[in-house]
Every structure is written in structure tokens, then in C-alpha cells.
Design a protein around this ligand. Structure first.
Ligand code: PBG
Length: 336
């Protein structure tokens, strides 16, 4: 007697088989997230012993330079390889031309020094190149009489800003301004200035996004900003153009490229990785972070689970790493 008749109705393949137990799920996992995938953005403020919570980014504070050094030590302990620094420039140091950006004693340079002293070369220091934390108008570049952000004159200032950061000890220069030609100009200046090993991570495909609001609060540019950044940041509808931006920055000498924001642009990450095979990073921006926190607080789901699911999505899409304000929490969960 045949006890188990073969039936055409049995599936030939049961994908659920490998999902039945934790050990098996672990064995078949295609993508892993480790603390080394995380870059931790930090906001720098004036003074000493100062911590200023950022209201629109629950759980995130601005720290004075001494506090930044402590956060960097924490990052090393957690296995986070790199911190990204953003200054909240005091109001009286902001100007129309953003000249504070290339002051060798600005908050950014002091923070770079403090991190280097605290951690030596155990951590990478990524610095943002753009003028918005230094200008009275909150735009990333110089504003012409007609209100248009001028490209080439801005690039000249960005070069000075980048050299100033390299001189202070930055490891990775990250231009976030979206001017045309700035990667090439900065690369040449770094070469000629004897900084051949300072990397450039280009904010290559950066979109004019509604998700930057809390960041602008954190660096104090939000209230100052009149108008928008649509004449230089990209239209969220454009994917082919993002690939052209990325191709251009690679050709100009970028070591790695960034897509920003993250979650709404996973297709760009995937396409960039497929097309160019270069290191691609995502910036999970302030608004994305704030939405997870707000969602968790509203009972949408478990905060840690929401956070980790979004982070693994970046890895699956092809990212080498993610800039995220959740870096310390995620690293702790990952056992860092
Ligand atoms: C500015 C800059 C922005 C961010 C990083 N660099 C904001 C903007 O373009 O207005 C946003 C990061 C975030 O929202 O977390 N050059």
C-alpha cells in the first residue's frame, strides 16, 4: 500500500522550510549589518560642557567640542568607524558669504582636533562641505543679486572650506552643496595642497527633500532659510539624472558616493551600485530618523525593530554603509 501518495498539488519547492527555525534563518541570511556599516552624524555647538537637545530630533543633542570627543570615544568602543561633524555656528559668526567656513579656528576645526586627540586614527572624521551652517541666508552657496545661488564662485569658496578641514585633520571631505564641478575642484586642491590621501565622499545624488527639517533646526539654518534649494538639489522625480550626477562625481575623483535621503531613494542606491560598482552610502536623514521615533512613540511598532528593518534595507539595496542618527543605538543592538 502506498501510504503517501505523490500528488501534483504538493509544492516542489517549499521556501518556508529554511525559515522554520532561528538557526536556519541565520544560516540563510543574505545580508548582514554590523557596527562598521554605520556613520554617526554629530552636531557641534559652542562652549564647554554643553549639551543642547534638538527638539525636533528626540534623543539627539548638540554637544560642545569636549562632548563631541566623548561621543567619538563611544563610537570607537561601539565599533562605529566614522563620525560626521556638523556645526551650529554662533549667529555673530554667520555672514552673507559664509567666510566662517574657512576660519581655521571655527567650531568644525576645533571639533576635528578634539576627536583626533581623543581617538587618534581609531576613527574616521567626515566633514560636510557646504555653506549653509555659516551663512545668514541659510543657502549652501553664495547668493547672487537675483537670488540665484551662483555656481562657480561658490565652488571657489568650497575649495577653501575643504582645505581648511583637511588642514585641521579631516579624513573624508563630504561636499553636500550640489554645485556642478565641485568634486573636481576640491580633488585638485587637495592634491596640490599635499593632501593626496584625504578622501572625498560626494553627496552625489542629493534631492531637494522635505525630510531635512530637523537637521536645519540642529545647525540653526532653518529659520534663516528663505525660499528653497531646488535650483541645486535634485528633483525627487529624477532617477536617470541621479545616475548622471553620480557618474560625474566619480569621474571628478570621488572615492565614494552618497544618496540622500535614504528610504525614498533605494532605487537610486541599487542602480548606482549596479552601474558603477563603487562604494555607495546612504544618508538616512533627520526627518527619516524623526519619523521612526515619532512612529514608535505613537505605538506604530517597536522602535528597535523599525530602526533595524530600515537599516538592513540599505545594505540589501547595495550600500556599503549608512549615515544615521541611530548609529549608537543600532551598534549597541548589534553587540558593538
Ligand atoms: C546641508 C546639509 C543638509 C543635510 C546635510 N547637509 C540639509 C540641507 O541640504 O538643507 C541634511 C541632513 C539631515 O537632514 O539629516 N548642506
Amino acid at each position: 500500500m502506498i501510504r503517501t501518495p505523490v500528488s501534483a498539488s504538493y509544492p516542489a519547492t517549499r521556501l518556508r522550510r529554511t525559515r522554520a527555525h532561528g538557526w536556519s534563518r541565520a544560516m540563510h541570511r543574505e545580508t548582514v549589518l554590523t557596527p562598521a556599516d554605520l556613520i554617526w552624524p554629530l552636531f557641534v555647538t559652542s562652549g564647554n560642557g554643553v549639551e543642547e537637545p534638538v527638539a525636533s530630533l528626540p534623543g539627539v543633542s548638540r554637544w560642545s567640542v569636549d562632548g563631541i570627543a566623548k561621543r567619538a570615544r563611544e563610537a570607537v568602543q561601539l565599533g562605529i568607524p566614522c563620525v560626521a561633524l556638523f556645526p551650529n555656528t554662533p549667529g555673530d559668526a554667520r555672514s552673507d558669504d559664509g567666510a566662517e567656513a574657512y576660519n581655521p579656528d571655527n567650531l568644525m576645526c576645533r571639533a576635528i582636533n578634539a576627536v583626533r586627540q581623543a581617538c587618534g586614527n581609531d576613527i574616521g572624521i567626515l566633514t560636510d562641505v557646504a555653506l549653509d551652517p555659516y551663512t545668514t541666508h541659510g543657502q549652501d552657496g553664495l547668493v547672487g543679486t537675483d537670488g540665484y545661488v551662483v555656481n562657480d564662485a561658490t565652488v571657489a569658496v568650497l575649495v577653501d572650506q575643504a582645505l581648511n578641514q583637511a588642514e585641521a585633520g579631516a579624513d573624508i571631505i563630504a561636499p553636500s552643496d550640489m554645485m556642478d564641478g565641485r568634486v573636481k575642484a576640491i580633488r585638485m586642491a587637495l592634491e596640490m595642497g599635499d593632501y593626496p590621501n584625504v578622501q572625498i565622499m560626494a553627496y552625489a545624488a542629493k534631492f531637494a527633500s522635505a525630510f531635512y527639517g530637523p537637521f536645519r533646526d540642529a545647525v540653526g539654518s532653518g529659520d534663516r532659510l528663505a525660499g528653497d534649494k531646488k535650483s541645486y538639489q535634485m528633483d525627487p522625480a529624477n532617477g536617470d539624472e541621479a545616475l548622471r550626477e553620480i557618474a560625474m562625481d566619480i569621474a571628478e575623483g570621488a572615492d565614494s558616493v552618497m544618496v540622500k535621503p535614504g528610504l525614498a531613494y533605494l532605487d537610486i542606491i541599487y542602480r548606482a551600485k549596479e552601474a558603477f560598482g563603487v562604494p555607495v552610502f546612504a544618508y538616512q536623514v533627520s526627518g527619516e530618523y524623526a519619523l521612526i521615533e515619532a512612529g514608535a512613540a505613537a505605538g506604530v511598532g517597536d522602535r528597535d525593530a523599525l530602526m533595524m528593518e530600515k537599516l538592513i534595507g540599505f545594505k540589501r539595496a547595495g550600500c556599503s554603509g549608512v549615515l544615521t542618527y541611530h548609529a549608537p543605538q543600532a551598534a549597541r543592538l548589534l553587540g558593538g
